[in-house]
Design a binder for this molecule. Structure first.
Ligand code: PHE
Length: 341
């Protein structure tokens, strides 16, 4: 029996060590240490031994069992470690591979120009105001002194929502003047940027949707000199020192007197070129002293208060600001163009 125990021990130890999978190892455990295994089988024959031999064999058998269990445990750990190693290798991530570059978004030149404009006006004490693009004709026209029958109210020029021509896509940001007078305490100093809509075909200088920045000042003793001084200072801040502006007489229903402000062409410096259509100047905004009737309709006494207002084309401003010579580039959204600013 001593020999048999030694044989089982040697065989089992070798087998455990040679096991290649945990499944195989488990089968070997059953084979040697299981209830019907070889060691148990041998122990069942202990009864045949003499009373003196029995305890000795018992002790030896226990030693063998303990040795086998230790070897089993060791092999099992070795297999687990090997399996883990294999998995780690398979799932390895090479952290040294360079990443794919993520392309970053970029501010549109129109937005950059608008942010700069807002900063300049805020620095001068103006408040930035926001208003609806769907507007009442009453505010877009009537309250701005453009009465029934005024050419700009025509269906061929304006997007209306109803037969009665009462609700429309605003054709200018000027209704913001009325909204300011209706909601703000005097004195008023606001700018209001936003989209406006007109029934124009798309070409190099027209689009049915474009952007304006409205501005309005109402206080006691405000004159045309304030208008010219403020708008010239804004042009210099935005376009650079020495920027030349000029004011031409014009007509708007809601200002009197009215004017337009031009800046000298950045391409030709005033000599005349394709960018300024040979004019030497680029028209930037319409402006004027707020018409007394407009003040009256908003409950402001024109004998006490006066004001000025302007409406600036934002596309043109951005073109001039960044020396771009074609407005279509502004709307095409070609990344190669946009990335330059
Ligand atoms: N609303 C005018 C336009 O769209 C511009 C303007 C605004 C003129 C304010 C005078 C005063 O052309």
């Amino acid at each position: 029996m001593r020999d048999q125990l030694a044989k089982i021990r040697a065989e089992a130890l070798a087998a455990f060590q040679g096991a290649e999978t945990s499944g195989g190892l488990e089968a070997l455990r059953v084979k040697y240490l299981g209830k019907k295994g070889e060691l148990t089988g041998l122990l069942k024959q202990m009864g045949r031994l003499s009373p003196e031999e029995r305890p000795q064999m018992g002790q030896l058998a226990n030693e063998v069992r303990a040795a086998l269990e230790r070897a089993l445990e060791e092999s099992s750990k070795k297999l687990e470690a090997a399996a883990l190693e294999l998995r780690l290798r398979a799932e390895a991530v090479d952290v040294t591979i360079p990443g794919r570059p993520v392309s970053m978004g970029h501010q549109h030149p129109m937005n950059i120009a608008l942010e700069e404009l807002k900063d300049i006006f805020i620095g001068m004490g103006f408040t930035v105001m926001d208003g609806p693009e769907v507007e009442l004709a009453e505010l877009n026209f009537d309250r701005l002194n453009a009465e029934e029958g005024h050419p700009s109210r025509d269906w061929s020029d304006t997007f209306y929502f109803d037969e009665d021509s009462r609700v429309m896509l605003r054709s200018q940001t000027s209704p913001m003047q009325v909204r300011a007078m209706d909601t703000m305490p005097l004195p008023i100093r606001i700018v209001a940027p936003g989209r406006v809509y007109r029934k124009d075909e798309v070409d190099a200088t027209h689009s049915p949707m474009f952007h304006q920045v409205e501005g309005m000042v109402i206080d006691k003793g405000v004159t045309m000199a304030d208008l010219k001084g403020t708008l010239s200072a804004v042009a210099e801040k935005l376009f650079g020192q020495g920027t030349v502006t000029r004011f031409r007489p014009h007509h708007f229903p809601f200002t009197e007197p009215s004017c337009e402000m031009d800046v000298q062409c950045h391409k030709c410096g005033g000599a005349g070129c394709p960018t300024c259509k040979g004019e030497g100047w680029i028209e930037l905004l319409g402006a004027g002293m707020v018409h007394p009737r407009v003040l009256e309709m908003s409950g402001i006494d024109p004998e006490v208060y006066s004001g000025w207002a302007f409406g600036m084309g934002l596309e043109r401003t951005a073109l001039r600001r960044f020396k771009i010579d074609d407005m279509r580039l502004i709307f095409e959204n070609d990344v190669r163009f946009l990335e330059q600013f």
